[in-house]
Design a protein around this ligand. Structure first.
Ligand SMILES: [Zn+2]
Length: 210
């Protein structure tokens, strides 16, 4: 079964508390800085000509309380984010497709995929998701790690696939989502590792295309 995913559509059951949250300044600053770079690389954003005009791409960071902060749903249009544009995912149940969150913005539609990556390794503190047709089409040429299209995103199967990937290739810091058009996920112990992986893969893909 191949699952064709639609950008921007929340697929899980969301239990959201609409209330202000306080994110450590340092985390907001690092996420906002890397997001600005990814917006410039056009792997995060909102464009009438891409994905039916839905916003695309999202970033998250693990907190100290076993929760994670993630950019809010449909915030792709904003060049720079503020605290109010983030949401805190308190609990993500990938078996029941449910999320408990709070914040002034609801979490990104791809929060369960982020959750699956965090569950794969306690060493992962940052997860970046962007859309790059260049990287996506160069997956085989660049021999990039990939999660096959028959694994639905944000599921237990995805968490297991990421765990397996990290076991087989411990140095890996990202993968291509074959069932999610142009979808790339990078991650790391630091935001820098996740961000630089994205940039390096894009540079390699552009060399393939030239
Ligand atoms: Zn996406």
């Amino acid at each position: 079964m191949t699952i064709k995913e639609t950008e921007g559509v929340i697929k899980y059951q969301l239990h959201h508390r609409q209330e202000p949250i306080t994110i450590p300044d340092q985390l907001t600053q690092v996420l906002t800085a890397w997001r600005s770079i990814l917006v410039k690389l056009e792997v995060i954003g909102q464009d009438a000509h891409r994905y039916q005009g839905f916003g695309f791409g999202n970033l998250s960071a693990r907190s100290n309380n076993n929760t994670f902060y993630i950019t809010g749903t449909q915030t792709g249009e904003y060049p720079v984010l503020q605290q109010k544009h983030y949401s805190e995912v308190i609990e993500a149940n990938i078996n029941e497709f449910s999320i408990y969150s709070r914040g002034l913005t609801k979490p990104s539609s791809e929060a369960l995929s982020h959750s699956a990556v965090y569950q794969a390794s306690p060493d992962i503190n940052f997860v970046f998701h962007g859309h790059s047709p260049e990287i996506w089409h160069a997956t085989q040429q660049l021999n990039l790690p990939a999660i096959p299209a028959n694994i639905a995103y944000g599921t237990q199967a995805m968490a297991e696939a990421v765990t397996k990937l990290l076991h087989e290739k411990p140095a890996t810091s990202g993968f291509v989502m074959e069932g999610h058009e142009d979808g790339i996920i990078t991650f790391g112990r630091t935001a820098e590792q996740a961000g630089l992986t994205f940039a390096a893969w894009l540079a390699n893909a552009l060399q393939c295309a030239s």
